[in-house]
Design a protein around this ligand. Structure first.
Ligand code: ATP
Ligand code: MG
Length: 367
């Protein structure tokens, strides 16, 4: 997979940008606040249909601009493809194009440009709240499994609706009659979400353990366990079984949900735990151990993409290298010998000449 070029109009702080890239390592250089992360954000948007730094798409449109237009040329399996998204202020929906043909939604564009993003916050992903870890799973699975993206968005829609019912039922008690139907559908889509996550984590756990073994010179053994709805005995079991177990959990918590006014049960509270030598990394890991494990996790994610799609995903490293000591930098860079990589940083001399260089100043490319 190769991102050959990108064109931005009115995206974030870019008035107009046309940039071409090399197949190997691309350094994106610039001082703080010039637009380096914005450029990666545009790539991720065309890859996932989502902005990774905000939930508000409007923020992506350059202040005062009538629209934001993002377009990328991608080379995948010897074929050229063009991905394009146009965003508008206000309520007008976005427009998506694949090879110039208008698409109804992002589902048909998912997987056309696969990316793995690694940023400084990810170095702490095994230390922070569960939401970040769920996002890691969702982001990977939405790119790799269209069925997952659909199940997840359906589940989230139902969850929002159910949460509103639980909040408002005191004013309108009749709303509670609709709960069983919501629970049933949430158990169906929830079981699909659990099954995809369990499979993905199984692979991720195996690869991460391997990478980590090398990284730590064989001193540490890493293992990952999936934590989902407590009544689910085996998340790898057939979906019908998981569905029944989610329903049982919902029933047991119905009263508590109605009383607390909150949705307390379902895979929207999922997490995974990482253990090193049998100890919880979150509770007992040192800073260095947490970082090392995060790198192993990200490198494994890239490997799964490669195995799964038959192509190396585009790797986006936003400011990560400057956060790492020399030993960890070396390990990471050593693992990047193949595929296309984008590395943002402020200082060119921090790295030996790696590949192509794009210099960004105030949302403009310097020649
Ligand atoms: P750093 O090295 O500090 O990470 P960076 O080069 O990655 O910096 P970005 O985060 O890409 O910087 O760009 C930040 C700049 O873009 C900010 O100054 C911000 O004000 C500006 N910006 C963000 N959104 C918009 C927008 N919608 N319109 C105009 N400018 C914007
Ligand atoms: Mg940045």
């Amino acid at each position: 997979m190769e991102l050959e070029s990108i064109r931005l109009r009115g995206f974030r702080n870019y008035f107009e940008l046309d940039a071409a890239f090399v197949p190997g390592v691309n350094l994106i250089l610039g001082d703080n606040a010039q637009g380096k992360t914005n450029l990666l954000e545009a790539m991720v948007y065309l890859s996932t249909g989502k902005a990774f730094r905000t939930r508000k798409e409007q923020e992506l449109i350059r202040f005062g601009a009538d629209f934001a237009d993002l377009e990328a040329d991608v080379l995948s399996k010897n074929r050229d493809k063009t991905l394009r998204a146009v965003l508008f202020p206000g309520r007008k929906p976005r427009q998506l194009y694949l090879n110039g043909v208008r698409q109804k939604n992002f589902t048909t564009m998912a997987g056309e440009l696969t990316t793995v993003l690694f940023c400084p916050e990810d170095l702490l992903i095994l230390k922070t709240g569960a939401e970040k870890r769920r996002k890691l799973l969702d982001n990977a699975l939405c790119q790799l499994r269209p069925g997952y993206a659909k199940a997840l968005s359906e589940y989230q829609r139902l969850l929002e609706h159910k949460s509103r019912i639980l909040k408002d039922w005191r004013e309108k008690p009749g709303l509670l009659d609709t709960l069983p139907d919501f629970n049933l559908r949430m158990a169906q889509f929830g079981a699909a979400v659990v099954a995809y996550r369990a499979n993905y984590l199984q692979k991720l756990a195996r690869l991460t353990a391997e990478v980590h073994q090398q990284f730590s010179g064989g001193r540490e053994t890493l293992s990952i366990t999936y934590e989902t709805v407590s009544t689910v005995e085996n998340p790898l079991a057939p979906r019908a079984e998981i569905e029944g177990q989610i329903l049982a959990h919902q029933e047991a918590h119905l009263r508590a949900e109605i009383e607390s006014g909150q949705c307390l049960t379902g895979p929207h509270r999922d997490d995974f735990e990482v253990l090193f030598n049998g100890l919880s990394l979150k509770s007992f890991g040192s800073q260095g151990q947490v970082r090392t494990a995060a790198i192993s996790l990200k490198l494994s994610e890239r490997e799964i993409f490669r195995d799964d799609t038959g192509e190396e995903p585009v790797l986006l490293l936003d400011d990560v290298l400057s956060e790492l000591d020399e030993g960890r930098q070396d390990f990471l860079l050593h693992e990047l010998r193949s595929g296309q990589v984008f590395i943002t940083c402020c200082e060119e001399k921090q790295f030996p000449r790696l590949g192509g260089i794009t210099r960004i100043v105030a949302g403009q490319k310097m020649e």
